[in-house]
Design a binder for this molecule. Structure first.
Ligand code: NAP
Length: 252
């Protein structure tokens, strides 16, 4: 991890949950972290809390459903920091939405953030890495166990389909980077249930989310951060493709 001290990491969805926990860890390690989300004031509050740490956190407001906001964010990162070294595509969401009866607008939002936002950020990040001559950069794609098997829970179907696309995109990016003889690496991170705002946002009902969290001991955001730190901390000749892990008591 020492080679990352002083270098630039972009984390999408850094306002809460896994993204905020990762921002905290990387700033403490000494990285220049740029965090984006719509609720930028929450990232700014975290930046203020971390201001005496070794690294720094810069908050940028960005709605990942809007390509122009993503491109503008990358321009700001280039102007201020010279470009990214690590891009963590963490932002993501689920709506309860079946294929036979779901709302198109909810599908579109999941596709926009979970798939298109992730793809645009990956493209722009690799472009910046190559422009600044970085050949040891790293793309992290926050996938899910839901990107690897279909559980018997139909309201999650469209979300699972978006995460299956992330599984495909991980391998597509690996192949394209290999084709251009780049040493930039790409890693999928695929946790099972994690205790964040994710379920509450999905069900729009705190009691439903509480019931899920109390069913068994879920993963914590820091458990996911540990997996990301492992992947980016491996030496340059090691390409960690995907890390699948779930709470021990999660049966599915
Ligand atoms: N929690 C789980 O059980 C679990 C399990 C497996 C995989 N994952 C994956 O892990 C990732 C992080 O999830 P989490 O658990 O940390 O969820 P979370 O607590 O709900 O956080 C989601 C983050 O995504 C951001 N986001 C959502 N829509 C956005 C948009 N349009 N533009 C910019 N940012 C947006 C949110 O920021 P704003 O709302 O401030 O914009 C927030 O920072 C997701 O990709 C999720 O699919 C989660």
């Amino acid at each position: 991890m020492e080679r990352w001290v002083g270098r630039v990491a972009l984390i999408t969805g850094a306002s809460v949950g896994i993204g905020a926990a990762l921002a905290r860890r990387l700033v403490k390690h000494g990285m220049k972290v740029v965090g984006c989300a719509r609720n930028v004031q929450q990232i700014q509050a975290l930046a203020d809390e971390l201001k005496n740490e070794k690294g720094s956190l810069t908050a940028i407001k960005c709605d990942l459903t809007k390509e122009e906001e993503i491109l503008d964010m990358f321009s700001k990162v280039k102007a201020e920091f010279g470009g990214v070294d690590i891009c963590v595509n963490n932002a993501g969401l689920a709506h309860e939405s079946l294929i036979l009866s779901g709302e198109t607008q909810q599908w579109r939002e999941m596709l926009d953030v979970n798939v298109l936002g992730l793809s645009i950020c990956s493209r722009e990040a690799v472009k910046q890495m190559r422009e600044k001559g970085v050949d040891d950069g790293h793309l992290i794609l926050l996938n899910s166990m839901s990107g690897h098997r279909i559980t018997n829970y139909s309201p999650g179907h469209f979300y699972k389909a978006t995460k299956f696309m992330v599984t495909a995109l991980t391998e597509c990016l690996r192949q394209e980077l290999s084709e251009i003889k780049s040493h930039i690496r790409v890693t999928g991170i695929s946790p099972g249930r994690v205790h964040t705002e994710f379920q509450q946002r999905m069900f729009k009902d705190k009691s439903k989310a509480d019931a899920i969290w109390s069913a068994f001991k879920t993963l914590e955001a820091d458990d996911v951060v540990d997996a990301i730190i492992y992947a980016i901390g491996t030496p340059g000749h090691v390409q960690v493709h995907d890390i699948l892990f779930r709470p021990t008591e999660q049966s599915t």
